[in-house]
Design a protein around this ligand. Structure first.
Ligand code: NDP
Length: 244
């Protein structure tokens, strides 16, 4: 038996779509002719602008709020149709010595990344299982692969995303659903706006390809997983070679 060629997904939900990597994914899927909905937390202006540009449905839904996620998925489903591809991208970052991280900060970091992926995935899965088709693409980080000093909670959450991807891929394969993970290197977004010039220069120097990545590099990897019927449980790390 061979895997059948399956169609490219048509109805896409992207969390954290208002800015950065998520916004690049919104643009990339919309350019492929897919219907797209995206969640965001508070950047109303950016979300409205992207929605006007791409036709995507912008939904203000905090991924740490279970009922907001449920309501927003219901709305996305009503306006787009059954969601057949979910990109779990919403994320936050924080630079702190481990000894200074408060319990609230620790819990928040895990809740946005892992709790968010849990809630959004559970909300879209029943339809995917019924259709025996789905694509789930989780955004981790190179720090989830290697660990980063002063970002222990972030690295822990991102390593958890890789574990979630691998385990869920095994559970959902028989239902025709693939689950994969993109683990970006350093990408030019607002998340890295605080990096000073010296740190940027060091990062570029340590990267074999000599530069920081673009959001489109990550959207390309997401599109690949969306279109690959025989690939599941995998981690692809577009990172310029900083982690090999
Ligand atoms: P940005 O800070 O540019 O954008 C973050 C996005 O997530 C925004 O759309 C934001 O919404 C949304 N968001 C944050 N918290 C929540 C929440 N609780 N509920 C709903 N949406 C939320 O980040 P990036 O584009 O840089 O990062 C995107 C993902 O890629 C993250 O998971 C990040 O960890 C990961 N990543 C980024 C790297 C980088 O170098 N930039 C490297 C490796 C991984 P709003 O605009 O409303 O605030």
């Amino acid at each position: 038996m061979t895997v059948e060629a399956t169609p490219f997904p048509r109805h896409i939900l992207i969390t954290g779509g208002s800015r950065g990597i998520g916004a690049a994914c919104v643009r990339a899927f919309a350019a492929r002719g897919a219907s797209v909905a995206f969640f965001y937390a508070s950047a109303h202006d950016a979300a409205a602008k992207l929605s006007a540009e791409t036709g995507a449905l912008a939904l203000c839904a905090d991924v740490t709020d279970a009922s907001a996620v449920k309501d927003a998925v219901t709305r996305a489903r009503a306006e787009l149709g059954t969601i057949d591809c979910l990109v779990n991208n919403a994320g936050i970052a924080q630079f702190r010595l481990f000894t200074d991280i408060t319990e609230d900060e620790w819990m928040r970091m895990l809740d946005v990344h892992l709790g968010g992926a849990f809630r959004c995935t559970q909300a879209v899965l029943p339809d995917m299982i019924r259709q025996k088709y789905g694509r789930i693409i989780n955004i981790s980080s190179i720090w989830g692969l290697t660990g980063a000093s002063c970002e222990v909670h972030y690295s822990t959450a991102k390593a958890g995303i890789i574990g979630l991807t691998r385990a869920l891929a095994k559970e959902l394969g028989p239902s025709g659903i693939t689950v994969n993970c993109v683990a970006p290197g350093v990408i030019e977004t607002e998340m890295n706006a605080a990096l000073d010039e010296e740190t940027r220069a060091v990062l570029c120097e340590e990267t074999p390809l000599g530069c920081i990545g673009r959001v489109e590099d990550i959207a390309d990897a997401v599109l690949y997983f969306a279109s690959a019927p025989f690939v599941t449980g995998q981690v692809l790390s577009p990172n310029g070679g900083i982690v090999i």
